[in-house]
Design a protein around this ligand. Sequence first.
Ligand code: SAH
Ligand code: SF4
Length: 347
Amino acid sequence: MALPSITGYTLGELTELLKPLPAFRARQIFKWISRGARNFDQMTDLSQELRKTLSERFLVMETSVADTLTDSDGTIKLQIALQDGTKIEAVVLVDGEGRKTACISTQVGCPMACAFCKTGSLGFLRNLNAAEIAEQLYHCQAAAGDIANIVVMGMGEPLLNLSNLRTAMNIWSDPAGLGMSRRRITISTSGIVSGIKDLADNGPEVRLAVSLTTANEAMREKLMPVSKTNPLPELKEALRYFQSKHDKRITLEAVLLKDVNTKKEDAIALAQFAKGLDVIINLIPWNPVDGMGIDGTDFKEPTDREIDAMVAELERRGLTVTRRYRKGRGVSGACGQLGSVETFKKE
Ligand code: SAH
Ligand code: SF4
C-alpha cells in the first residue's frame, strides 16, 4: 500500500492531522507544498528527525508528470500519472501578455457523454481525490512558472466531484499557501442544476461557466445528454438563483459545429436564453476529433464566415461575445481533445 499524500488537506485539516505537532509546523509544511516541494527533505526549516518521521507516514506528492508536450503556440500539456496507473491531463495556456492559465481535470474520463467531446467518448472511470486535483496546479507551476488563472475545464464534470474540488480550491486559495484569489478560478459545468445550486448556497465564490452549446432543447439533448435530466428552463432558473446570490457575470460557452448550431435561429435562441441573466457568450470553434458526429453525419469545424456571422447576430441582440482561440491543437490539448488511449491504461 502506498502512503497517503499530504497535498490533499486544507490547512485546518493538516493541522488536525499532524497533532501533537504545533500548528506553526503545519503552516510551514503547507507553505512548502504550495511552493511545489516533492519530498520532506526539501523542507529545510524542519528538523532532520521530523522530516524522517513525516516521510515514513506520508508522500509529499502522489502523482507524477509522465509526459510534457509543448505546442508551438506556447501551450503545454502535461500527462499526469496517478497511483493506480491511469492518466489525466492538465494544460497551461499562455495569453498574449504572457499570463498563464492552468486548465485542471476533475475526473478520469467523464460520464456526461457529450457527442462532440473526446473526453466524453472515453467513458468514466472515477472521481479524482483532492490531492490529485490540487497537485495538478503544482505540476503546472513547475512546468510553466506562476499561474495567474485556473479554469476547471479539463477532463470530467466538476460539479459531480464538487466536494473534492472544494477541498482543492480551499487549498489553492489559502493565504498561508498560494493565496490564489477565488475570482481567478472558473468552474465550467455541462449544466448540472443541483450542483449549480449547491455552489450558489455553499460556495466557494468562484466564477461559473456553463457549456450551453445550444439553446434549442431538442438539439441540446442530442449533443449533450445532460439536458434530458437538466432541461434548459431548469438550468436557466439555477443560473438566476446563482446570480441572485453571487451577483457575478456567468460565461455561457458554445462549441460551434458547422451547420449544427450556427444558424440565425440558433443565435436568436441563445439570446432568448440569455435574457434576464448577466452573461458573456464565449464561442469555441469545435476542435476536431475523428469520427464524432450525430445522425450519421460527422461534425465539421465551423468556417470563419459562420463564426463571424454568429458573433454579429449575437452582438446585434446586445450580447457580449468573445471567441476562444484554437490553442493547443498541436498537442491535442485544446478544448475537448483531452484524453487518449493512455487514459485508462494501467501499467
Ligand atoms: N465538463 C465541463 C468542463 C470541461 S469541457 C464542461 O463540459 O463544461 C470544457 C469545454 O470544452 C466545454 O465548454 C465543452 O463544451 C468544450 N468542448 C468539448 N469538446 C470540444 C471540442 N471538440 N472542441 C471545442 N470545445 C469542446
Ligand atoms: Fe464531459 Fe465536458 Fe466533455 Fe461533456 S464536454 S463529455 S461534460 S468533459
